[in-house]
Design a protein around this ligand. Sequence first.
Ligand code: FMN
Length: 307
Amino acid sequence: MQTEHLKCLSALAEHRTLARAAQALAVDVAALHEAVAAAQACYGGGLVETASAMDEILFTARGQAVLAIARQSQGELDGLHRDLAVFRQNKAVAPLVDRRSVSPRRLGLPGPDAETLPLMLAAALRAPDHGRLRPWRVIEFPRESREMLAVLFEQEKLRRDPLTSPQDLARARAHALRPPVLLGFVVSPVMRSPVPVQEQWLCAGAALGNVLNAAHQLDFGAIVLSGDRCFDPILSAQLGVSGDETLAGFVSIGTVVGQPAAACAVSPASAMSRWTGLAPAAASPEEQGDCAACRGLGIACRHRCRV
Ligand SMILES: Cc1cc2nc3c(=O)[nH]c(=O)nc-3n(C[C@H](O)[C@H](O)[C@H](O)COP(=O)(O)O)c2cc1C
């Protein structure tokens, strides 16, 4: 259920008319009307009706059911926001829970300099790494290589779609040209190692996460984007990525010049379950006294019948 729907439906139920609900939400009536229409389209239509007298809004049976779910979700969401506010006050985890990906169009100069970039790699190198294999590497694309990279991105786009639009080609070029600092992140597993390849991928993912977290803590914005181009074998080969390796994505890093949208709040509980021991084994038919051999009497039966 979308947060916007929750807010609109709850405000309508509380304030009873579009005008009063719009005022409470500090939006204009037309915007609220549109939001209600969107909610109705989303939940199968017919959530509210307007009673003729005084524009009062009435909820249909379907509307009341949706409203009940909305109120419950709103309660859970409010609790979650309270929890997140507490996490943010915790100095140790605040930088981690506050990290956001920042799209390249919201990144400007300056990017991290020659002293700062190695700090991000140092953080990546402290990711847990079974066997110390360092199954990843980073390719830096310095400014002077970017025009050539932009041409390769254009060519890749045209290989995928020969009729691609000039706007899409411009977007592909921009991804190569715009970020102040651009890195290719390559997963480079050691093939003949007792450490399973999936563990090496986990190490690489943890290293990539550390790059993004370090960038955030150093006051830069960063994002990793793969897109279809990372799956193009010709581009990978042109960038020096070998057959056993995977070009996992391009990391753009720079100064945040436009704030990204607020992060979706997700409950930590949704990522966790609790194991409390093995469930008691289901009793066998013999133990239940349903033994086909002795009919549950247990006399001279090779099964241990519980009679
Ligand atoms: C390896 C990797 C590749 C990604 N590629 C893309 C991509 O091509 N397009 C995209 O929209 N998001 C991509 N993402 C997701 C974004 O980087 C980002 O994590 C997502 O937008 C969520 O934002 P958040 O990090 O602020 O939660 C990728 C993430 C990873 C880890």
